[in-house]
Design a protein around this ligand. Structure first.
Ligand SMILES: CC(=O)[C@@H](O)[C@H](O)COP(=O)(O)O
Length: 325
């Protein structure tokens, strides 16, 4: 019988085994841990030829290199995306800067205000000459529409012009708040869905309305974090969480993000993604901010998947084994 200690706990094994086999017998993945044997680090490449002996003291350190979110994709409108950041195309200095920011953001979907951004007129600079619609999904939106009729005309136009049927519906209530007009939004969503559009819908942070839009057939629910263009960050995390908990379609915070931490909070809440425009376009350095937003969305998503520790009322020492080695 061989007696060992593992992180201070006694362990016994019947016959000598290699470190590799021992770690595996503990249910550990030898590629993801580091081991100290009798105060000397064991190189990973020698785990297979290191035979444990009576009296060995092992210290095992887990999760070296951490996890990653590779392969963590999401789908909308029948297409799968790995970036969870959707960016707007308004408010930039020019299309060149728009394109550079989009590249830095890593976004695979960009939203375009059909009535404001030139996509099709060859006599003016066109966004499509800077951002290739074969590589990036264009998501036409109805920015600036205040009635269901306006929104319907705009999106029918978009389908006619570019064949786009995955659309972002936003019907606004007033100029001061740019809050959604929910009555008009519901009516437009119903018509669009009946006409075969796949509707990603901008809405308020009301779980009841969100459910109704989902039941109607919207393919994504996009509650505001704060008023469009305000950069105030997520004002109502509880409501966003309630919307996420009940939804069976993707939920993306849309509007009101001001800086990277706002995007991370949205993702930590469990959102499938974030849509933003102003925070990037009106930053002093839009391209750098686009990069920051990419990292924030990825980091918030990883934190959500990792599962945060519970909040505690009192201190809890970080190194319970301190002094034992
Ligand atoms: C681009 C777009 O669709 C906006 O209407 C959207 O809601 C973004 O809002 P922010 O500019 O606050 O990010």
């Amino acid at each position: 019988m061989i007696h060992l200690t593992v992180n201070g706990d006694p362990k016994s094994i019947e016959t000598p085994v290699t470190l590799d086999a021992f770690l595996t017998s503990l249910g550990l993945d030898p590629t993801k841990i580091a081991v100290e044997r009798n105060l000397a680090i064991v190189p990973k490449s020698t785990y297979g030829e290191t035979t444990l002996a009576d009296g060995d003291r092992l210290e095992i350190v887990h999760f070296i290199g951490g996890g990653n979110t590779k392969g963590d994709s999401w789908s909308v409108g029948g297409k799968t995306y790995s970036s969870r950041l959707i960016v707007g195309t308004g408010k930039y200095k020019d299309f060149q800067q728009t394109a550079e920011a989009i590249t830095a953001s890593g976004a695979e979907i960009v939203t375009v205000a059909v009535r404001r951004v030139n996509v099709t007129n060859p006599n003016e600079p066109r966004l499509v000459d800077f951002v290739d619609p074969k590589k990036i999904t264009y998501l036409p939106n109805t920015a600036g529409c205040f009635t269901a009729d306006d929104a319907l005309r705009t999106l029918r136009l978009a389908r006619e012009a570019g064949g786009w049927d995955l659309v972002k519906l936003e019907v606004l209530g007033d100029q001061k708040t740019l809050y959604p007009n929910i009555v008009e939004t519901l009516s437009a969503a119903e018509t669009l869905i009946n006409e075969g559009f796949k509707v990603m819908v901008y809405t308020n942070d009301d779980p009841i309305i969100a459910k109704r839009l989902e039941d109607m057939g919207c393919v994504a629910i996009m509650p505001l974090g704060a008023p469009i263009g305000s950069g105030l960050g997520i004002q109502n995390p509880v409501q966003i969480r309630l919307i996420i908990e009940q939804a069976k379609v993707p939920v993306l915070v849309d509007a009101g993000v001001g800086t990277a931490s706002d995007a991370a909070i949205a993702m930590e809440l469990g959102c499938d993604g974030v849509l933003m425009n102003t925070a990037i376009a009106e930053a002093k350095d839009p391209v750098l901010m686009a990069h920051a937003m990419k990292l924030a969305v990825e980091s918030g998503r990883a934190a959500y998947l990792a599962g945060r520790m519970p909040k505690k009322k009192y201190a809890d020492p970080s190194s319970p084994l301190y002094g034992l080695i």
